[in-house]
Design a protein around this ligand. Sequence first.
Ligand code: ADP
Length: 486
Amino acid sequence: MKPKKFLAFRERLGVLLHSIRFRLVLWFTAILAFVLFVFSAFLFYTQSHNLQEEAIHEMDRRVTGLAEIVQTALRQEAGQISIPNGLLRDTDVFILLSPDGQVLASQGSIPAQEAIQIVSAGLQTTPRTSESPAIYWTSPNSQNYAFIITPVQGQLEINFLMIFGGILDPNALVRRFLLTLVAGSLLTLAIALVGGFWLADRAMRPVKTITQAARTIGETDLSRRLNMKSKDELGELANTFDAMLARLQAAFERQRQFVADASHELRTPLTIVNLETSRATASRRSPQEYQHALSIIHSENDFMTSLVNDLLTLARMDAGQTAIEKTRLDLSDVAVETVERLTPLATRNGVTLEAGNLPETHILGDRQYLLQMLSNLVENAIKYTTGDKKRVCVETGTADETVWVRVSDTGPGIASEHLPHLFDRFYRVDKARTRDAGTEADPRSPNGSGLGLSIVQWIAQVHGGEVRVESTLGVGTTFEVRFKVV
Ligand code: ADP
């Protein structure tokens, strides 16, 4: 084999040896081999034992018959013993001993003296009881012989000894059974190995598909999906993978949109600042004109500061870098503090900011974040409320195991088609109007960037709460945040 080909082969072999497929099949085959071995050993032991017992019973029956014939012969004509043809098989051994140990008659495949030696050696090592008179001996050609020694009475009640030997398993059933077991087990193992490998390969094919697909998916191409239809565990894995890709794609999309929106939002005030400074420095201006230009720059600067602060808050929230320290606190206290802090802003905008019904309502929360959440809602209410009787009211209460805080205003209301998008980042009902209104109402107040409500929603969610909004055009808007009672 050429070195290059050999290296490629070695690499492929390495991959195969480390693969789950290979390990799965190896374990499976090893366990199967163990089970087969235990099962075969058990089967072999019981079967060979049964066969042996059966053979000894059969020999016992034959020995009884023989003993009767020998006894009759001994009583009739002592010294002349002949066994009728057909009673002894070629492999049988028959020996008749006189009381003084003389061989009176012998017949069979093993010479009489050799057989006597074997039997007496066997008797010395393993004394026999009358219940188990068999002595086993394995001949050089590995046939199991059993010997049975029986006393036979001749004339004048003289005791002779009859030794009978026979092959336990003349048809080599045990050996054939052992061979069958070994061959069957090996065949089963071979089938299991090949079949197991085929099955494991088939089962792992979707994993290969997933791996290949994952390799082709880049940061910029998150639209690819595996779309595997199978309902098994790998199908579930592929579906989870697809769902993860969808989430990643949405997150990347949001990120891209966020960066684009943030840049867009910053571009407008920067352009305004640029324009104002160019205009102011182009030629000599009156002090009023300089003051006007500076106040516009100041206002845009405030807007950018507020925008950057909001962006920073959102970025920290997304990165999970916000340290929320929850303690048991009274939500009405937070509402009172918000009202107190924002009353000067409301007064400047000609809005009556009221603290409505504020019973004690306890929740687990971070005071600073809850203050920011309520401030955003109240600032919005102040900012967007127009008309003669401008009123904003903050209330708290409890209902159905929940604690709520409401901020309601008598503003222009929000059209229903905007309500589902209100908490989206950078979403503004009317961009132009918002920024103009902010400047008119208070030249120093920051204009809306469309981030306030998404911060409100995030704070509510990390406190296990939810924000609801109800609005009627021309009547007003109510924002309500609900939390669980503690
Ligand atoms: P912004 O910084 O623009 O106020 P928000 O996320 O706080 O951003 O609000 C999103 C939009 O929802 C606002 O631009 C405004 O059009 C609308 N909005 C929020 N609160 C009110 C309210 N109390 N009354 C009317 N419109 C509101």
